[in-house]
Every structure is written in structure tokens, then in C-alpha cells.
Ligand binder design. Sequence first.
Ligand code: GAF
Length: 394
Amino acid sequence: MSADGLPTDGLPTDDVAAARAHRAFTDRFGADPEGVWAAPGRVNVIGEHTDYNDGYVLPVALPHTTRAAVGRRTDGQIALASLQGDGAVVELGIDELAPGRPHGWAGYPAGVIEGLRERLAGGVSVLVDTDVPVGAGLSSSAALTCSVALALRDLVAPELTRIDLVELARRSENHFVGAPTGILDQSASLLCTTGHALFLDTRERRTEQVPLDLAAAGLELLVVDTGTSHTHADGGYGDRRRECEQAAARLGVPALRDVTDVAGLPVLDDDVLLRRARHIVTENARVLQVVAILRGATDPRAIGPVLTEGHVSLRDDFQISTVELDACVDAAVGAGAHGARMVGGGFGGSAVVLVDRDRAGLVADAVRERFAREGYAAPRTFDVLPSAGARRIP
Ligand code: GAF
């Protein structure tokens, strides 16, 4: 069980995770860290690709976290180590930090450090450890940047709010690593709370914690990691972003958020732009519909069909699904799930399935059997309840 009393599927408790990161930092750098911070990955309930269109999103935090053990230095160096890498420490002078330098996983924490460079003249050492699946569309990058951002806030920039940290982490991904993401993942990692979904209006930066007590309703979210590749720095995500911007420009609005009725879309004479815009307009409506259901006393099962509609829109209009994700959604719903959809940036990664707790095993088996029949690699599945956002541990 986690500190929140949630089942954690074999994950370490915060105490165990903190002790492990502390010990590894000491082994690697020969000194104690000043603390250990944890930030979760996320699974988005609904609201996909709406964030960079000024729209709405509704993520929950995963129980899976990235931990950062952090200590300031006095020699002006940055030293970055990961328990998941090859053991090599990435080391360079703080004045040498620049977009793309260092590259790879180290670019994510380095981008956050660069954002606070003037407060960290003496340098800093960071050791990270994670159980967020990497490249699975579950926001491992934001878990990494947000754990380091929260650590550095506590150590050198106490005036920064969590909203400021969302920006710091997003800038690291956009400008340092070169992945043109919105603010969904960073907001989820920093602002989610246990037992709630985070309703975020990405234009107004307004948030609402919407109760989502799946356990009380006998429900859970089953996450299916298809194991197929997914990365934001690649072209597909950026293409979709540009297409949405073009559609908004042709419609004469600042962002697709400003279009609330699909009836206005046929003036787009380009079929691709019409489809992209239709996804965003209908997806924003789906977020509002799901929030309305959850705010009411209605059974949360009622959101299931809306999730599946979201998948169809991502598949047919946004065109970012894959055969594996489509097979997963089809098999899960066929086996009695209330709804299912792909999550995250797309072109691979994971799907989320809303399912009765006592049926989750059957549904997972049905997905596995379908994958075996189609000749796809066996997926990894795990159950999730809405978990805590970023925090200092223990
Ligand atoms: C990725 C991005 F990082 C998010 O900003 C968001 O656009 C998401 O894809 C799609 O909803 O996770």
C-alpha cells in the first residue's frame, strides 16, 4: 500500500523509494542528498491533444513515480545519474548547458536546471530512479522534469508556485529537449491529488479537483501498455500541432478552443484540417460532458461510452492510433469494459480501460488473447486508481 492507502501493484512505498534513491545518491556522489522528491506519471481520462489548442483536459496521476535525489554542489558542475541507465554519470559545467546539450534522458533534468541557472551557480547533483514506464505514453518525461523542478523549487526558489513549475518543466521539454508538448503532463504530475481527476482549462489555467472515487464504485482504470514506440520529439506530434494551428488560422480564431460547434467547420476546404479541427472541437465537448457526469451524483460508469467515442475520434479524425491500440479498445469493450481509449501523444503507447474491478482480469485476458491472435507482442497491463501528485518524500 502507498502512503495514500492505495494498492500499488508491487510499487515501492514512498519510504522505501526515498531510502533507495538516497542510498544510490550517496554511493554515486559520495555525499548525502539534501532530499528526495517524487513526481508521478499520468493517465489522461479524456481531453487528448486539446492542451496546445487552449482546451480542456482531465488527467489522473499514476501511482508510478520518478524519484529525484538532489544535492547542491560548489564546483559549478552538473552531475546527472539514473538507476535505469547504463550507470554513467553525465557531467558538465553549468555554463555549458544549452538546448541539446546534454542530450538523451539527461536533457530533461538539465533543461529544468538551466531554467534556474542563476540560482544554481555552484552546480547540482541529481540521481533519478523511476517506475513510470518509459515511452509508453504515460508521461515519464514530465515525471522526470517535475520531480527535479519541485526539488529545485524547495531548495533554491521557494517563491515559485506549482503553476510556475508547470511552466518551468514545459519549457525544459519544448526549448531544451525540443519536444513541442502542451502543459497536460506537467500539470497532471504537479497538480493532481489522490482520489481526483484534475479538470484543467489550459487557456485560463483554471483547475478543479473532480472527485473520482473509482474504488467506491467498484471500478478501476486498467492501463494497457502496448509496448509499441512513442516519442514526442518525432514528427507526428508536431505535424498535428501545426495542422491544428493552420485550421484555427483559416477559421479566424486564436485557437481551436474558440470553436464550440462542428457546424462551423465545413468552411475548411481541406479534409485533413477539417478532421483535425473536428477532433479538437468534439474532444473539448467530451471533457465537459465527462466532468458534468462526475460532478453529478451519477454512476461514473456513465463516462465509459464517452471515452470510447474519444478513441474513435483519435483514430478516424486525428489519425494517431495504431492497430494495436484499436485492437485493445475493441477487445476490452467486447469483453465488458465500460469504455476504452488510447492515451497520450499517440502513434503507439498505452490505452486506458474503465472496467469493473471484478472484471478487470477477464478484460486483460481478452486483450492479451486478441494480441496473441493478431501476432502482436504481449502487452503489459496494470490497474490504477487516481493517485497523489508530486511531493517531497518520505
Ligand atoms: C503528450 C503531450 F506531452 C501533451 O502535452 C499532450 O498534448 C498529449 O500528448 C496529448 O493529449 O503527452
